[in-house]
Design a protein around this ligand. Structure first.
Ligand SMILES: Cc1ncc(COP(=O)(O)O)c(C=O)c1O
Length: 376
């Protein structure tokens, strides 16, 4: 092999690594993390991604997975077994709720949902077998902001693990482990990779014992990420800080524009002074409020369709956090499976549109939104 020194990590697109002899095999077991054996157990590309995210989140180590869903699965299975009980914030990504209610209950893990009014008073929901609480830094789609330090005090008091889904905020705004969470996870598919071309997840732990359990679950259940996706995500991650600055300043400009527009009835963005947790969001996000916002126009399907058709370049795409702006429609996608009563209770009505604000020039975005709103 020639003596080459690439500036960036090459893609180790291999499922297995070779050993010269039995001594090399022994070295693999004696010095964990120094050599590789099989990509499902570890690969330089996925390890690089895990290390970089761990540095950002400030944990003892991270484990990357094939998706955000498998990251949640790994975090829960690291702690819970059949017969255990999990608490989950009521306002949570629909896929997370489906994993808990429809799948994990089938293997004997019980779940209770905690309404946002009771987030910091969990005693009434806990049982002797409660092991873990799952909640999001910012909720989807109405951007309620969680006081992580306050919740961590409560979960510590009750001796249950706190797992925070930090997908919407990213560690650029908020580092849940510093605020007392035990594990933080992400859909890396979103801001961390940032370009809408990767599906991946990560769990970062505060304690070694949790890290070892997450690693064991990832390896044994085969939840690993592929080397190429790991490489792409690690490449995207290099510009996370820059991207987040632009996402946040654009979103604030767009929220302020929408707030004063006569066709817009309500805007949900933590950066607006009228947002119920604006003060908390400012402190917890170090003055940044994220790139996601939602707003409501007239509550009728025809108005929503006219708005969508009036957008010249912003697509309707039921995901988020890419460099280019997109809209989504919670009632018809992420919250479709809820009953009309639940949708109403959460405030997700016909006219609610979610905007994932990209990193374009803000004037261009506002002009396009202005033109689409004129069609409503
Ligand atoms: C907040 C949040 N958590 C988890 C997930 C699941 O991630 P993935 O789609 O990468 O499996 C999503 C997906 O949209 C999400 O928005």
């Amino acid at each position: 092999m020639p003596n080459i020194h690439p500036k960036t990590t090459p893609i180790y697109q291999t499922s297995v690594f070779t050993f010269d002899d039995l001594n090399a095999l022994e070295l693999y077991f004696e010095e964990p993390g120094q050599n590789y054996m099989y990509t499902r157990y570890g690969n330089p590309n996925t390890d690089e991604l895990a290390e970089e995210i761990n540095k950002l989140e400030g944990g003892v180590g991270g484990v990357v997975t094939s998706s955000g869903m498998s990251a949640i699965l790994a975090a829960v299975l690291a702690v819970c077994k059949a017969g255990d009980h999990v608490l989950c914030a009521e306002e949570i990504y629909g896929g997370s709720a489906a994993l808990l209610s429809q799948e994990l209950t089938r293997i004997g893990i019980e779940v209770s949902y905690v309404p946002s009014a009771d987030t910091y008073t969990l005693e009434q929901y806990t049982k002797p077998n409660t092991r873990l609480m799952l909640a999001e830094t910012m909720s989807n789609p109405l951007l309620q902001v969680l006081d992580i330090a306050r919740l961590a005090l409560e979960t510590k008091k009750l001796s249950i693990k706190l797992v925070i889904d930090n997908t919407f905020a990213t560690p650029v705004l908020t580092k849940p482990l510093e605020l007392g969470a035990d594990m933080v996870m992400h859909s890396v598919t979103k801001y961390l990779s940032g370009h809408s071309d990767v599906t991946a997840g990560v769990v970062v732990c505060q304690q070694q014992e949790d890290l070892q359990r997450v690693q064991a679950v990832m390896r044994t259940y085969g939840l690993n990420l592929s080397p190429f996706e790991g490489w792409l995500a690690a490449r995207g991650l290099k510009t996370l800080r820059l991207r987040m600055k632009q996402h946040c300043s654009n979103a604030l400009a767009v929220a302020q524009f929408l707030e004063q527009h006569p066709k817009v009835e309500q805007v949900w963005y933590p950066g607006l002074e009228g947002h119920p947790q604006h003060g908390l969001a400012k402190e917890q996000g170090h003055g940044m409020f994220g790139g996601m916002l939602s707003f409501r126009i007239a509550d009728d399907t025809e108005s929503v369709n006219r708005f969508m058709q009036g957008l010249a370049s912003i697509p309707f795409a039921p995901s988020l956090a890419g460099v280019s702006t997109s809209i989504s429609y919670p009632l018809g996608t992420s919250h479709r499976s809820l009953s009309p009563e639940q949708q109403q209770k959460l405030g997700i009505t016909t006219g609610v549109i979610r905007l994932s604000v990209g990193i374009e020039e803000p004037e261009e975005l506002i002009e396009e939104l202005e033109q689409a709103l004129a069609k409503v």
